[in-house]
Ligand binder design. Structure first.
Ligand code: MSP
Length: 643
């Protein structure tokens, strides 16, 4: 059985969790869930980083002992992660005793490899980053890369001979494909190492909140050496050799780009020194920016993870964070974007697909999921092919760490299903009593929904569970989420649908935020590219719009509105829709009855003069500004798709 070991950084406990912490952990959780679905033996580690100057100072500011601050804030992370239903296998704390044992073992090995010596450190240190900086990395008293204030430090320190590992590191970058990704980050790291590495100060003497240096208790271990070793402790290094062997080397250290140097330079060098293989993969993701800037408490643009969860359903937030920006790039955080993605993708595409399907099964098939069809039409074969393509693309994209592409591949299948419904028009099949074909079509739709739910389960787990509970009802097995169930047509059917789930509610756009984020502050990954002329849309966007033939059953003037007519339209569905159309200047109501015209059927309903218009009539305008309607002959039935 393949294994997959994924870690998040462990989080400093000097404050409460924010959007950035939630993001890293959700991406790691999505990976863990995905590989579990593929049958891998997965270990997912997260936790809190509790030693060091930064935590000690926060505790002093609050007038409490550091351990108390750690207990309080670590608990906040743990509660948040429970609230987020994260599937980590261990939540590690660096103040736990098994971790201290691992750290001491690492230090012993570094010493016995003659990689440690005592000297004096003189240089700059930024407590907020727990990082040493060279003179060239500082400007006006702050570290250029992070903006954190630096302090001059002069103290005795033990050093790790990092400089001796330059060649080994460069060789490792070259030989192990994907050891550091994305490629652009690997190049940055490589040039940093090529520029020459100083030995690394790995103890401090000016404070005491850390693991004591063996035989020299004046010194505490540099917090990063302590913290990085959590990745070994988490899977039982020294305690459970079988487990350690199974999961090490780690497949995926997911980290923010700001802490890549620690992971891609210091960490592999330490591992090389202590005789442990370096990790297989380190991936640096980008930052969520607020109005173009990294979040920080002092700038007042800090987004609390708990506040977000108070406001949005967990799956909506997960979907947004995973879909909105390519993994590895920066993205602007704006709640208007969450609302937009929720409304136009989750609610209109996936939610609507499930709702309308449950409705059709109820109205046309006594609420039963039919049995697999005995014959297959080309449109059905296309659908099954699209499902297989989606599965392949989700797998490829996840393996290549393109999470946003994987999410989109699953949603494309959902769109395909909506189109399949428009093409096959189950309501027409029902009206014409073509029962066998109707059942085949309904079966295929349910089967497609099952595939979307399985493919989406790593990204929107609660939704997928609710959908599978509904469409598979009592037939749902424990391994319903496994990718091995993705064989077209394996559901036997012939059972009753459970109550349909309530999926995504439409959300109102936020009032206090600009609808369209400012392009000047929008990272490139989110900007519209100008490679194509503005007036071109891609095929996917076209297929988002549903056109259908509607027969006018009745037409009457709208009181108080000269230009409007209220139409009652048969779109081949169980009930006619009301449509308000601005054609009163060009047509009398009785000219319209019986005409079969083109409608857009999936626009959000709009209220006009107090009447809800549930579709949009398409009409041309002639030279004099009159509306002209193009109608279809009798053979074209209401509900027939246009496109
Ligand atoms: N304790 C260290 C990690 C030790 S791992 C052996 C640390 N902790 S942290 O709490 O400051 O940050 C943890 C992670 O959160 C980092 O990967 C960082 O990139 C990420 N984020 C912090 N702010 C962020 C955003 N605004 N956006 C996305 N992620 C960001 O560093």
């Amino acid at each position: 059985m393949s294994t997959f070991y994924v870690t998040t950084p462990i989080y400093y406990v000097n404050g409460a969790p924010h959007l950035g912490h939630a993001y890293t952990t959700i991406v790691a959780d999505a990976m863990a869930r995905h590989y579990r679905q593929r049958g891998d033996d997965v270990f997912f580690l997260t936790g809190t980083d509790e030693h060091g100057l930064k935590v000690q100072r926060s505790a002093e500011e609050q007038g409490i002992p550091p351990q108390e601050l750690c207990d309080q804030n670590s608990q906040k992370f743990r509660e948040l992660f429970d609230r987020m239903n994260l599937t980590h296998d261990r939540f590690i704390r660096t103040t736990e005793s098994d971790h201290e044992d691992v750290v001491l073992e690492i230090v012993e090995r570094m010493k016995s490899n003659d990689d440690v010596y005592l000297d004096t450190y003189e240089g700059w240190y930024a407590p907020s980053d727990e990082a040493y900086y060279d003179e060239s990395e500082i400007e006006d008293g702050v570290a250029i890369s992070s903006g954190s204030e630096v302090e001059w430090v002069e103290e005795d320190s033990y050093f790790f001979r990092l400089g001796d590992y330059e060649d080994d590191l460069l060789e490792w970058y070259d030989e192990i494909e994907g050891c550091v990704a994305p490629e652009s980050r690997l190049n940055e790291v490589r040039s940093f190492v090529e520029g020459g590495l100083n030995d690394l100060s790995i103890t401090r003497t000016s404070f005491d909140w850390g693991i004591e240096w063996p035989d020299d208790p004046e010194h505490v271990l540099y917090v990063w050496v302590d913290a990085l070793a959590n990745y070994l402790t988490g899977i039982g290094f020294g305690e459970d050799p079988e487990k350690f062997e199974r999961f090490w080397p780690c497949d995926m250290h997911l980290v923010g780009k700001d802490i890549l140097r620690f992971h891609a330079v210091y960490w592999p060098a330490i591992l090389m020194s202590v005789g442990i293989e370096p990790p297989r993969g380190i991936f640096a993701h980008g930052w969520w920016l607020v109005e173009g800037e990294k979040m920080s408490k002092s700038k007042g643009n800090w987004v609390s993870a708990d506040d977000l969860l108070d406001e949005y359903e967990l799956d909506v937030l997960r979907y947004f964070l995973l879909r909105e920006i390519p993994l590895g790039q920066d993205g602007n955080f704006a709640t208007s974007r969450i609302v937009e993605r929720n409304n136009s993708e989750l609610a209109d595409n996936f939610g609507n697909l499930v709702n309308r399907t449950c409705g059709m099964l109820d109205s046309f098939n006594d609420g039963e999921v039919p049995s697999p069809p005995s014959s297959v039409e080309p449109v059905d074969a296309d659908l099954a092919d699209a499902a297989r393509r989606a599965r392949k693309e989700v797998v490829r994209a996840m393996d290549e760490r393109e999470t946003h592409v994987a999410v989109e591949a699953a949603m494309t299948l959902s769109r395909h299903l909506n189109n399949y419904i428009q093409q096959t028009t189950p309501w027409v099949l029902n009206r014409e009593d073509r029962h066998q074909r109707l059942e085949a079509v309904l079966y295929n739709i349910v089967e497609g929904i099952r595939w979307v739910a399985v493919l989406m389960a790593a990204f929107t787990p609660d939704t997928s569970r609710a959908v599978l509970d509904a469409i598979l009802a009592d037939e749902r097995s424990d391994n319903a989420l496994a990718f091995e169930t993705l064989e077209w047509g394996i559901v036997e059917g012939g059972f009753e649908l459970a109550a349909p789930p309530v999926l995504f509610e439409k959300l109102d756009p936020p009032e206090d935020e600009d609808e369209t984020p400012d392009e000047d502050t929008m990272p490139e990954s989110q900007e519209e590219t100008d490679e194509e002329p503005d007036n071109l849309i891609d095929f996917d966007h076209f297929t988002d719009v549903e056109f259908a033939v509607g027969e006018i059953l009745a037409a009457e003037p709208v009181e108080g509105a000269d230009k409007l007519l209220e139409l009652t339209v048969d779109l081949g569905e169980p009930d006619p829709r009301t449509v308000v159309a601005g054609i009163a200047n060009s047509y009398e109501p009785d000219e319209l009855e019986g005409l079969r015209l083109t409608f857009v059927t999936n626009l959000e309903p709009a209220s006009l003069f107090g009447i809800e218009s549930q579709a949009m009539l398409l009409a041309a305008t002639d030279e004099d500004g009159n509306h002209v309607l193009a109608s279809y002959p009798e053979g074209v039935k209401p509900g027939a798709s246009v496109g």
